[in-house]
Design a protein around this ligand. Structure first.
Ligand code: NAX
Length: 335
């Protein structure tokens, strides 16, 4: 049997961790032939939740699950991690000042970045889910100087999947017919769900749905979908967030679905918040959402897309928010 892949899940006693771990253990992340070892990292208040989940994992008798370890120290939690899902964070609550939010997350993602740097496996891949996800990923990355920067990513796959799902629903088309959707920028309400290059079957998506909707109400609907879920469900997105995290890591490790591992112009892409090296005018070092394919276990930004004036201004606005967040955490001495 193959060597197990060690997956560390932070915030494993919480909702998204709970929704993710059973699917990971069942093979949804790496396929039906790849064993996994789980490490659940929590703070003391969350340990009972992780312990309870671990009991249930035993009761599933997953053939692919080789071990479950629970830790409260990052050094132990990230020891030998091949994949790190950073889900636990301090999200914004009502009345919280931005500086307090960023400082609280600096206190989480700085030490976690250092522990990943010192203890994770050489091939570690990091996905930050906990909000503010892009800037938390930046904090972790800047605290892990020995890990290649491109191994730090943040989750905008949920936004991408929402964008695909809502487009298909509106057009009365099958999800499988939709391609070429991109989420640009920050995982926040400034994000830009871009249909400029999207297709439904063999037609341009904007011709099918009309630019009034595709560049109007659609953008707001996708960007505010999290709030819509909270309003209707009475709680934030959980299963869809866990699903997106699994999609993100699966595509990263195994290749973008349907691309056959190739990087030809026609191959499908997804949206990933990646460490920028300047593509599409995103300043170096920001972790921003871009269109990307995974080839040979590495993300590659889709090159050469034409960006019109409307798209340019929307991308720039969201990227400006990321730059402002970076400046704030820098002023706070967190990076
Ligand atoms: P929960 O509050 O259910 O769980 C969070 C867990 O993290 C808790 O058990 C807590 O004890 C633990 N935790 C806190 N600090 C920790 C630390 N330093 N080390 C280890 N564990 C720690 O939240 P849940 O619904 O699971 O959401 C988790 C995060 O995902 C939130 O920050 C949320 O805002 C974010 N989301 C991000 C999304 C995205 O698309 N990027 C979408 C869904 C979700 O809103």
């Amino acid at each position: 049997q193959a060597t197990p892949i060690t997956v560390t899940i932070t915030g494993a006693g919480g909702q998204i961790g709970y929704a993710a771990m059973f699917r990971i253990a069942s093979g949804a992340m790496f396929g039906p032939d790849q064993p996994v070892a789980l490490r659940l990292l929590e703070i003391p208040q969350g340990v009972k939740g992780a312990e309870g989940a671990a009991l249930e994992l035993t009761d599933c008798a997953f053939p692919l699950l080789t071990s479950v370890d629970i830790a409260t120290e990052p050094a132990q939690g990230f020891d030998g991690a091949n994949v790190a899902l950073l889900i636990g964070s301090r999200p914004r609550t009502a009345g919280m000042e931005r500086a307090d939010l960023l400082a609280a997350n600096g206190a989480i993602f700085g030490p976690q970045g250092r522990a990943i740097n010192d203890h994770a496996a050489d091939d570690v891949r990091v996905l930050v889910v906990g909000n503010p996800a892009n800037t938390n990923a930046l904090i972790a990355q800047r605290n892990a100087p020995d890990v290649p920067a491109e191994r730090f990513t943040a989750l905008t796959r949920l936004d991408h999947n929402r964008a695909v799902g809502l487009l298909a629903e509106h057009a009365g088309a099958a999800v499988a017919e939709v391609s070429g959707v991109t989420i640009w920028g920050n995982h926040s309400t400034t994000q830009y769900p871009d249909l400029s290059h999207a297709r439904i079957g063999d037609r341009a998506a904007l011709d099918v749905v009309g630019a009034d909707w595709g560049r109007g109400a659609y953008i707001d609907r996708v960007a505010n979908r999290g709030a819509e879920i909270i309003e209707v469900r009475g709680g934030s997105s959980v299963a869809s967030a866990a699903n997106a995290a699994i999609d993100h890591v699966r595509d990263w490790v195994l290749g973008t679905a349907g691309s056959g591992g190739g990087s030809d112009d026609a191959a499908p892409w997804t949206s990933v918040s990646l460490y920028s090296t300047g593509a599409y005018g995103v300043p170096d070092g920001l972790i921003a959402s871009v269109p990307a394919r995974s080839v040979g276990g590495q993300w590659q930004v889709v090159e050469g897309l034409e960006i019109d004036e409307f798209s340019r201004s929307r991308i720039d606005a969201s990227v400006a928010e990321l730059a402002a967040e970076r400046d704030q955490v820098s002023e706070l001495g967190l990076i």
